[in-house]
Design a protein around this ligand. Structure first.
Ligand SMILES: NC(=O)c1ccc[n+]([C@@H]2O[C@H](COP(=O)([O-])OP(=O)(O)OC[C@H]3O[C@@H](n4cnc5c(N)ncnc54)[C@H](OP(=O)(O)O)[C@@H]3O)[C@@H](O)[C@H]2O)c1
Ligand SMILES: *[C@@H]1O[C@H](CO)[C@@H](O)[C@H](O)[C@H]1NC(C)=O
Ligand SMILES: *[C@@H]1O[C@H](CO)[C@@H](O)[C@H](O)[C@H]1NC(C)=O
Ligand SMILES: *[C@@H]1O[C@H](CO)[C@@H](O)[C@H](O)[C@H]1NC(C)=O
Length: 324
């Protein structure tokens, strides 16, 4: 009986740990019938899980993916959950290329009168450090500059909706970098000391952007928030040596099964920020609640300064007055 008791206690403890790392659950019952939501990077991980959750609530989705074949496969799978027969569009978007982003935005502009939400979810981690065709570090462009450009191009269409939201998928990794790292990018595109820094900088920049854009859009219908999905088992680790090696992964698997979220758990805070009736904006959301980002990310003058610096970096793209 002692062994049995031990087994029970161990089981209970493991379950407790699992529940702890499971994270927040979105309990909003709101439906999204008739609303159009654009989601970037829907073909894998958190974005894919979110697509299913949104279709179940009746939303019309624009799957903004770099690989159309993967997008069409996803669309077919989503059909089964789409009891509302909401429209699902598959459109190409490669965040490594500003011309692809602008082409995508033009297409959205001509297809929809209004959109309810843009979920800037696509991202890369630990990507090889090289420059995009536009001359920026890949991680920095895909995770930050791309969403920055895309969001600005869609503001007019977002403004036409009664209520609209921009959800920027950030990460706790934003805490791992400092202001020096953040500004290194503006001097030299390869001045990131490690791939890991490039990721942290891209996410800190995204949190600051959410704050500054929310401020600029304060008197509009658009809410802008940064969301931390938590630590989630996805393909994001495809370039990360300790996890993309099958042997090393297998060693960590037993622990990861318990402490790392599944994609549908990681998608909960994103879903929450799309559904909640709380109209707070410019915030950092984690486990379906408002949370505090790093102190650097709370500095309003830095947020403003970095926004302006980004506009300067992108001066070739934003030749005309921006919409906010
Ligand atoms: N997983 C975590 O623990 C974790 C933690 C904190 C934050 N996040 C953030 O959560 C977001 C989603 O990540 P995930 O974990 O779900 O990773 P994932 O499974 O690797 O999914 C990333 C998605 O982004 C797409 N993507 C990558 N590069 C792109 C590009 N150049 N243009 C357009 N789309 C591109 C991918 O397309 P393909 O399907 O074609 O590859 C994929 O659909 C990311 O922003 C990530 O930084 C994740
Ligand atoms: C989108 O449409 C608006 C008019 O509603 C226009 O002013 C804007 O330039 C368009 N943007 C793109 C990228 O086509
Ligand atoms: C949103 O929720 C937070 C607490 O989670 C609260 O402090 C805040 O006042 C709420 N904001 C609005 C506009 O309801
Ligand atoms: C906030 O950022 C500004 C601009 O970069 C900087 O001058 C200031 O020292 C920062 N404030 C704090 C409290 O770190």
């Amino acid at each position: 009986t002692a062994a049995c008791c031990n087994a029970l206690l161990t089981g209970a403890a493991l379950y407790g740990i699992y529940r702890y790392f499971y994270g927040g659950i979105c309990r909003c019952t709101t439906r999204l019938d008739g609303l159009v939501i654009i989601i970037t990077g829907p073909t894998s991980g958190i974005g894919k899980a979110l697509s299913f959750l949104l279709v179940e609530r009746g939303a019309s989705l624009v799957l903004a993916c770099r690989d159309l074949e993967k997008g069409n496969q996803l669309k077919n799978k989503l059909k089964k959950y789409n009891s509302n027969n909401a429209k699902i569009f598959v459109k190409q978007l490669n965040l490594q290329s500003f011309s692809s982003i602008i082409k995508f935005a033009e297409d959205i502009n001509s297809t929809f009168n209004e959109i309810y939400a843009l979920v800037n979810n696509a991202g890369v981690f630990f990507h090889e450090q090289k420059l995009t065709e536009d001359g920026f570090d890949i991680t920095f462009q895909v995770n930050y500059l791309g969403p920055f450009v895309l969001t600005h191009h869609l503001l007019k269409t977002l403004k036409k909706s009664d209520h609209a939201r921009v959800v920027n998928v950030a990460s706790e990794a934003h805490r791992t970098v400092n202001v020096y790292d953040l500004k290194a990018i503006t001097k030299c595109q390869t001045d990131f000391r490690t791939h890991y820094k490039a990721y942290g900088v891209s996410k800190l920049a995204l949190v600051l952007f959410s704050r500054q854009l929310a401020k600029k859009l304060k008197n509009t219908n658009i809410l802008v928030n940064a969301v931390n999905p938590g630590n989630v088992e996805t393909a994001i680790y495809r370039y990360f040596p300790p996890l993309c090696n099958p042997f090393l992964y297998a060693l960590q698997w037993p622990v990861r099964t318990i402490v790392v979220k599944r994609p549908h758990q990681g998608a909960q805070s994103l879903l929450h920020s799309l559904l909640t009736s709380n109209r707070s904006t410019g915030q950092y959301i984690s486990d379906c609640k408002l949370a505090l980002p790093s102190s650097i990310a709370l500095n309003d003058s830095l947020a403003e300064e970095y926004y302006d610096l980004t506009m300067q970096l992108l001066s070739d793209i934003f030749t005309t007055e921006s919409d906010c």
